[in-house]
Design a protein around this ligand. Structure first.
Ligand code: ACO
Length: 349
């Protein structure tokens, strides 16, 4: 039976470290508040002009490809997960294809926010299992720092997020009991607006019934993005933190248990859980709920903040580099985020 295995993994975080105390220069916050509520001590911010979501993805991908023992020209499909693409369109996948001088291969962008990487991995897994592709590059990358509200108004969101990227190369394996055992994907759109960035977008709220033919030049220029959006700070992400928290602590354990049951395993069998780094309190709740020891979970939100689609591959890469994951280990990846969407992947390393 053909399965997908992670043949190479890499991560990249920008050099610039921003501590909680640094954030106090912009907003009314404190190191105590941030650490107590989220566990975060610092995060990394990309260079404002020289680094983008794509360039960070390329840095992580370069390491993953090297570790897989192949070259960028061997990659035959790209899946790129992000919520902050370089352009509204096209997506970052094609920019990676160009930057890494790859063949004219397929490139797909995934828009599933915090669970984006696990969704992307699942998509790639299906292409490998069917025999369609042999070397798939899966990237999760985010440059949050370009679009956060650094005033006190946006502090509940902006202190949480950080920049970075992670990448893996997936390849087929025939080895028994190795590779991705299963993936499980879910969504519940009834709470889509609880954690969202509404603008710019085609949603009805800022549209008028007035016929287009009657628009003056100023109105036409502001159809997609208006001065009002800027003046009212409507171009920043919105989050109802407590509502997200309540849903996350239910869905995280649920999707992990689902993956274990599907493979006739229990939480005791997990060697390493890599939870999406949303908030240390959420990870601790999940760990406690499943009865896992500290040795069975890898958290690094303290250093990087929440890097959304990059958080799972960054944490996985770090755990691997620290020797916390060994051949044959049962590794569980799990994520929950905006949408809401949530997902898990169970794999034998
Ligand atoms: N510094 C200081 N005070 C703050 C800050 C800040 N950065 N942010 C908010 N506050 C204040 C609020 O204004 C509020 O003040 P008030 O009581 O005078 O009105 C008070 O702190 C409490 O605000 P809440 O939003 O109720 O704070 P809460 O205890 O819920 O913590 C948090 C907020 C950390 C966002 C929490 O709700 C949470 O972790 N939710 C989960 C959401 C999450 O993890 N999101 C990550 C992205 S989504 C994902 O990855 C799953």
């Amino acid at each position: 039976m053909t399965r997908s295995k992670i043949a190479g993994i890499g991560m990249y975080v920008p050099e610039h470290v921003v501590t909680n105390n640094d954030l106090k220069k912009y907003m009314d916050t404190s190191d105590e508040w941030i650490q107590e509520r989220t566990g975060i001590q610092e995060r990394h911010y990309a260079h404002r002009t020289k680094e983008t979501t794509t360039t960070m993805g390329v840095e992580a991908a370069t390491i993953a490809i090297q570790r897989a023992g192949i070259t960028p020209q061997d990659i035959d499909f790209i899946v790129f997960a992000t919520l902050c693409p370089d352009y509204y369109f096209p997506g970052c996948g094609v920019l990676v294809q160009r930057a890494m001088k790859m063949k004219e291969i397929g490139a797909l962008d995934v828009r599933n926010q915090c669970s984006g990487f696990v969704y992307a991995l699942s998509v790639a897994d299906q292409f490998i299992k069917t025999g369609m592709y042999k070397n798939i590059l899966v990237i999760g990358s985010e440059k949050h720092s370009f679009g956060l509200d650094f005033s006190t108004r946006g502090r509940n969101v902006s202190v949480i997020f950080g920049d970075g990227a992670g990448a893996v190369v997936l390849q087929p394996t025939e080895e028994a009991n190795r590779g991705i055992l299963s993936t499980h994907l879910h969504s519940d759109g009834s709470s889509a607006e609880i954690l969202a960035m509404y603008n710019p977008g085609t949603h009805a709220n800022h549209w008028t019934e007035k016929p287009l033919a009657t628009f003056d030049e100023a109105e036409i220029a502001q159809m997609f993005m208006s001065h009002k959006m800027i003046d009212n700070a409507e171009l920043f992400p919105y989050m109802d933190g407590p509502a997200v928290f309540k849903k996350a602590v239910v869905k995280f354990p649920e999707v992990i248990v689902e993956s274990l049951k599907a493979n006739n395993l229990t939480a005791k069998d997990i060697n390493m859980l890599i939870p999406h780094q949303a908030n240390l309190r959420i990870s601790q709740f999940v760990q406690q709920h499943l009865g896992l020891s500290d040795d069975q979970v890898h958290n690094n939100i303290q250093k990087y903040g929440n890097t959304t689609a990059a958080s799972v591959p960054i944490a996985l890469c770090e755990a691997y580099e620290q020797g916390r994951i060994k051949d044959g280990d049962l590794v569980c990846l799990a994520a929950f985020g905006s949408g809401f969407t949530w997902a898990s992947a169970l794999l034998r390393w």
